[in-house]
Design a protein around this ligand. Sequence first.
Ligand SMILES: NC(=O)c1ccc[n+]([C@@H]2O[C@H](COP(=O)([O-])OP(=O)(O)OC[C@H]3O[C@@H](n4cnc5c(N)ncnc54)[C@H](O)[C@@H]3O)[C@@H](O)[C@H]2O)c1
Length: 365
Amino acid sequence: MTFSMVGIIGAGTMGSGIATSLAQQGVSVCMVDASDEALARGVGAAKKFYDRAVEKGKLSADDAAAMLGRISTDTDLASLGGCDLIIEAIFEEQSVKEELFGRLNPHLKPETVVATNTSALRVSDLAEAVDDPTRFLGLHYFNPAAINPIVEVVKGAKTDAALYDKAMQFCRDTKKTPIACKDAFGFAINRFFVPYANEAVRLLDEGVATTAQIDRVARDALGVAAGPFVVINLVKPKIMFHAQRNLGPHGAFYSLAETLAERGDTDYSFEIGEDAEGDAGADQVIADRLMAGTFFPILQELDEGVASAADIDLGAALALRFGKEPCALMDSLGREEVTRIVALATEPYGHALPESLAKVGSLRG
Ligand SMILES: NC(=O)c1ccc[n+]([C@@H]2O[C@H](COP(=O)([O-])OP(=O)(O)OC[C@H]3O[C@@H](n4cnc5c(N)ncnc54)[C@H](O)[C@@H]3O)[C@@H](O)[C@H]2O)c1
């Protein structure tokens, strides 16, 4: 095993999910959290996951007990002194993470690798808070981390190349599918998934269609297992608000849909009623706009070298369950049709057409 003793800081949704996954693959994990209650909840979530697998006959009771036994807990960062890899999964706040890394530094062995599970902050900025930024990178797991196979492995400006390769191998060793990506807002997957969902809210705001219609067309056009509104409600609209706002530096197209902007950080969900059959014309408008919201950011990512077309498709298929892989779909639609669609995202916002449009037809080689 590339790293045999892993520390996880933060026993919340992500930290406990990562711990559950690693312990299942034979890795010893020490979870640290500021509170004992959070640690108890984190271990409880792992136990529940293993118990359910036993009930379904996927695991033996002995194996489940061994997995749970690999997860230890502590409230003291000093307990992570023996770890080869430490994954930080605490609140998404730069100053809180930097303060934590400052306190962690004295406990690190020179060879320890430190990773952040941040979704929205720059890995290269956070790296400056550890003593050796060459030993720092992003390991961005997806929720639910116990089962979602994708991990974006994010190279910071100073991340050592050999260490980066080792982290990629660690993901494979622990039965995850790593996606190599650059340190850009949204990394490889949220960069297009969040604008696709934002575009769905824009269609609703503009009165083009109902939530149910938009979800139906999305299932058809992109082969998604669940439409954007079902997913937004699952993730919570206020999380999508933060995620889309994080993409703001990429330009005007990434501005917030009106409802997301207006309701901001409040708790609410979108009502999804009965699906009324729309006319074919309306369905085409919805499909085009959802595809524009997906294709444009992907082509920009390809221009910027954030990730490869093959990895973007892998992430779409495995992390998001897009039945139609977007780069392969663009190849099959052809350059002329994709240019028409992408213009729906560029023209209203004053963006230039992405250079990678020229490669449509052979994005996947
Ligand atoms: N939830 C998701 O879907 C998701 C997906 C990918 C990445 N992320 C990222 O993962 C990180 C964690 O998110 P989450 O959803 O698991 O959060 P969460 O609120 O569920 O859990 C955070 C945990 O960190 C603990 N914590 C906070 N400050 C701490 C400190 N200084 N020292 C020790 N423990 C501390 C809290 O007690 C809590 O248990 C964030 O950076 C988030 O952006 C979240």
